[in-house]
Design a protein around this ligand. Structure first.
Ligand code: DER
Length: 227
């Protein structure tokens, strides 16, 4: 309940950084849900922005609130992208994709002048201990899962993500997710270098050297970290 309140507070706080005329990347997830609600209110009050959503769910939510939207390929720039994160470590690197949206989130983030992450304080960690999501092409994904398991340099503990009904989770781009349950994850850059060239891997959820501003919501107020 306290965490839910922090998500709501940081979502509302983030909207203060959005200025008239901006093109804004709109992230995904439960924290961003509150941000989209607050942004919708400001748009209804007359704020003039264009949003670039990072998932089907965010597009639907923003659309319902009357936020003008374009796709990443329809804009000439994105001034600021605001998104949640699953965990942020001491070096301000992030893991995203718990909600299976990290592929589009990373594409939008890469095309943004500035990136901001908004999190409750439980997301800030000294070392990662959250599974790293890897979006993969369905064709050959079970073989890829085995291949990752055999990479014994790191104990990756790969697992194709399934839903409650036991079916493979499908992303907005119709791919699957393999979660890597390595614990601890000390060398995110090394892991990224291992994953990047693998055939069948579309994109992993390690967001390295990507963020400019982090807002961490504590019980007594927001903390702004400029990276
Ligand atoms: O899945 C994602 O990439 C989301 O952005 C995630 O990182 C944050 O989701 P949450 O606000 O629901 O924790």
């Amino acid at each position: 309940e306290a965490i839910k309140q922090q998500k709501a507070q940081v979502g509302q706080e983030a909207v203060k950084y959005i200025e008239d005329g901006m093109v804004v990347g709109i992230g995904s997830g439960s924290t961003m849900w509150y941000m989209v609600e607050a942004l919708g209110k400001r748009v209804q009050e007359g704020l003039n922005i264009v949003g670039v959503p990072t998932s089907r769910a965010t597009r639907k939510h923003a659309n319902e609130l009357g936020i003008p939207l374009k796709t990443v390929d329809e804009v000439d720039r994105i001034d600021l992208t605001i998104d949640g994160a699953d965990q942020i470590d001491q070096n301000y690197q992030g893991i995203k994709g718990g909600g299976a949206s990290h592929l589009m989130e990373k594409i939008v983030a890469t095309n943004s002048t500035k990136n901001m992450w908004i999190v409750d304080e439980s997301k800030m960690v000294t070392a990662f201990n959250y599974p790293v999501p890897v979006e993969v092409i369905p064709y050959g994904s079970t073989q890829l899962e085995r291949r990752l398991d055999r990479l014994d340099r790191l104990d990756l503990q790969p697992k194709l993500r399934k839903n409650a009904a036991g079916e493979f989770v499908t992303t907005d781009s119709n791919n699957y997710i393999i979660d890597l349950y390595l614990d601890p994850l000390d060398e995110p850059k090394e892991l990224a270098h291992i994953l990047d060239p693998l055939v069948g891997v579309v994109e992993h959820g390690l967001f390295l050297d990507m963020v400019n501003t982090i807002i961490v919501q504590h019980a007594d107020g927001p903390e702004v970290i400029n990276v």
